[in-house]
Design a protein around this ligand. Structure first.
Ligand SMILES: Cc1cc2nc3c(=O)[nH]c(=O)nc-3n(C[C@H](O)[C@H](O)[C@H](O)COP(=O)(O)O)c2cc1C
Length: 295
């Protein structure tokens, strides 16, 4: 009894401390989640983020069932000598100027001629895109080249239906206003007219011949670099395109083109010669001083 009467105040004190600690903890959690919610709504409305595009290698891995390959299972790779051409400085300067002039002529063209383009040229352009660097050399890209008129038309129907909803509902006034000067809307005649549509899919993970899955590190960055090289290769042969990212069309286009579930549509490029009456907005590019920082 005596012991109990001695211990009671101690027990009460401990109990008070536990309750106090739990109260403070719950307030902290509340504040954090309120801050997160506020942050999300302030950083906020980002209608251009495609629902289908997961951009995080780790999230993809956690979300997907199935057996993943262990990196230890991959083989050792021999290293070989590498000696690309080296130019005298004068030649380097000349080449850098010529390449800049070529690339500075690149424009997004939304009026494309139906005139046929040799398929071998397209194959070479895509071969070139496939030379891009990729996270851990995973080459996480698939280029679907559509030339069949009926399939192109199906692509157009899907894109126009979604784009109309995008322009009318999803994009919001600011985005629609920012695009007005480019005179773009949801009608995409080039999807029927261009001799080729190149749909570029990023593979969120790889599937090996034994069906095991392989992590594709930085797959979106890798595929985006590859798209940049593809644009340069098109410019090099005098073909045009418009970089398009048809918002929320990915799942339907993936089904139409019978691509597997690990592939997500990143870009759609109509490819061909410019139409004879093609025009482009008179945009100016930032001068070098605005984009370079020497330290
Ligand atoms: C990631 C990205 C997405 C784009 N999406 C579209 C698009 O959906 N539709 C379109 O007409 N142009 C699109 N463009 C093209 C831009 O409007 C164009 O690059 C920009 O106006 C600059 O013009 P230029 O390409 O002629 O230099 C996109 C460009 C990029 C880089």
């Amino acid at each position: 009894m005596a012991l109990l009467s001695v211990l009671t105040p101690v027990l009460v004190a401990v109990l008070c401390m536990v309750i106090g600690f739990m109260f403070v903890k719950s307030r902290q959690t509340e504040t954090t989640s309120q801050d997160e919610t506020k942050g999300a709504s302030k950083a906020g409305f980002r209608p251009w983020v495609d629902q289908d595009l997961q951009d995080d290698t780790e999230i993809t891995r956690e979300d997907e069932d199935g057996e993943w390959v262990d990196s230890a299972e991959e083989e050792d790779l021999p290293h070989v000598p590498y000696s690309p051409p080296r130019y005298p400085e004068e030649k380097m300067l000349q080449r850098s100027q010529e390449f800049y002039t070529l690339m500075n002529q690149r424009r997004s063209v939304r009026l494309i001629s139906p005139e046929p383009v040799p398929r071998e040229v397209i194959d070479n352009v895509i071969r070139t895109a496939g030379t891009a660097p990729s996270g851990a050399h995973t080459e996480p890209w698939t280029f679907v080249v559509v030339s069949d008129p009926e399939t192109k038309h199906q692509v157009r129907l899907i894109v126009e239906e979604e784009e109309e909803v995008n322009y009318r509902q999803r994009m919001g006034d600011k985005w629609v206003h920012d695009l007005a000067k480019l005179r773009t809307n949801w009608i995409k005649e080039y999807l029927d007219e261009a001799p080729y549509l190149v749909l570029i899919f990023k593979q969120t993970y790889g599937i090996l011949p034994d069906s095991k899955k392989k992590t594709h590190y930085y797959n979106e960055i890798s595929v985006s670099i590859s798209c940049g090289i593809l644009l340069a290769a098109l410019q090099n042969v005098g073909l045009v395109t418009v970089t398009s990212t048809p918002l929320n069309c990915g799942p339907q286009l993936r089904l139409l083109l019978k691509r597997p579930a690990n592939e997500k549509l990143l870009m759609l490029l109509p490819v061909g010669y410019p139409a004879s009456d093609a025009t482009v907005p008179d945009l100016k590019r930032k001068p070098l001083d605005d984009i370079i920082v020497h330290m």
